[in-house]
Design a protein around this ligand. Sequence first.
Ligand code: DAH
Length: 343
Amino acid sequence: MTTTLALVAELEQLGSEFDGVIAPLVDEQAIRAAQAQFLGKKGRVSEAMKALGKLPPADRPTVGAAANRVKDAITAAVDRKLGELVAAARAADLARTIDVTLPGRPHHSGHLHLLTQVRLEAQAIFAELGFAVAEGPQIETDWHTFEALAIPKDHPARDMQDTFYLSDEIVLRTHTSPVQIRTMQAQRPPIRIIAPGQVYRRDDDPTHSPMFTQIEGLCVDENISFADLKGTLVHFVSRFFGKSLAIRFRPSYFPFVEPGAEVDMACSFCEGRGCRVCKQTGWVEIGGSGMVDPDVFAHVDIDSERYTGFAFGMGLERMAMLRHGVNDIKYYYEGDLRFLGQF
Ligand code: DAH
């Protein structure tokens, strides 16, 4: 039979046992679990107190007081232990030394490639003049690339563009001009498009790459004249370079235009005074252009008695080079962040 003295002793024993239980614990969850094990509804203190009913009523306050002391002691031990853990964590934080002189870790943020920026800008500038963007395949038929542009198989102009042939009739397009043909096949005048895109030639040196980017322009309507061509290019150049630069045409030959001309603009570096970029001439070439040849219209069933049109083609790498001073076309494609990050 449990005596009052024995029960008080058991309660005190639980109190000191609890100290031993939580001593090695290092996280709050485990400490709370131990606390519940002793003080919970079905905890060890409650279990011990079940014997209370069998004791003489006169002794019960003594036992009750002992139980309260144990509960208070356990609660205090938990608080003390948790306080120690917090203090230890804070001390560990403070002990960790931070070297504020170490350089920070840089974050690289990506951005559009220079050529993409230039293409989007060109598209936006031509959009101001009502030009929509047109596209065509890079793997193109010989017919769209050459025949329909009045460059038959034995034509000497084919030598101007060293072509990658995939088969007798399929090529990697050597220029964006076939998009003119595809557009005129799909659409009746008035037509006003630009066609930016990649083109391919067997060519490889500091100013030529086997793959590069052109932007083609085509405008077909009644009463389109060479003056419209010039006005369009003058507007583009002044917007793209942010200053008005003179444009001049040098008569030249492209089978799909008549008359045809090479387009020069006043050198954007020296503004026409003469420098290394323009080889002291004051002028830099930016592309080819001309009035759409009636033979081309015949291939796409457009009445050349009623309609006239102009066309032009420019190299985007060259435009970017002239604006940013890029002196080797390879830089565009190497993916070197030291180059790309400058733009
Ligand atoms: N397609 C020509 C080339 O790549 C450039 C060109 C010249 C395009 C005259 C034109 C043009 O539209 O009218 O060399």
